[in-house]
Write a protein that binds this ligand. Structure first.
Ligand SMILES: [Zn+2]
Length: 103
């Protein structure tokens, strides 16, 4: 989506009625179709705002939790416990004799 400031700039230049659609498109780096759509009112004055103003929620911004498996304060899911569970499953698979070897 186009940045809101660019859309507002297109609208302003159109209102000044000095530059052609093509000129405005070249200056602001948007397509002539976009300029035409804004001029005719087919496209509203909306756009993306800089990401710094948007609320961001990353998993590492949440407080760590007490892991029920190992008791450490970790970011869930606990990597240590999932690694241990994986190793345990591998050991169990290795302990199961393969039917072909037994026979
Ligand atoms: Zn854990």
């Amino acid at each position: 989506m186009l940045p809101l400031v660019v859309v507002q700039e297109v609208r302003q230049l159109l209102d000044e009625k000095v530059l052609s659609h093509r000129k405005i498109a070249n200056i602001l780096g948007v397509s002539r179709g976009t300029v035409g759509a804004i001029a005719s009112g087919r496209r509203g004055i909306y756009g993306s705002v800089p990401s710094s103003e948007e609320p961001t929620l990353c998993c590492f911004e949440m407080p760590p939790e007490r892991c029920p498996g190992c008791g450490s304060r970790v970011y869930m899911p606990c990597v240590l416990c999932s690694a241990r569970a994986y190793q345990q499953r591998r050991k169990q698979w290795q302990n199961i004799p393969s039917p072909r070897r037994v026979a």
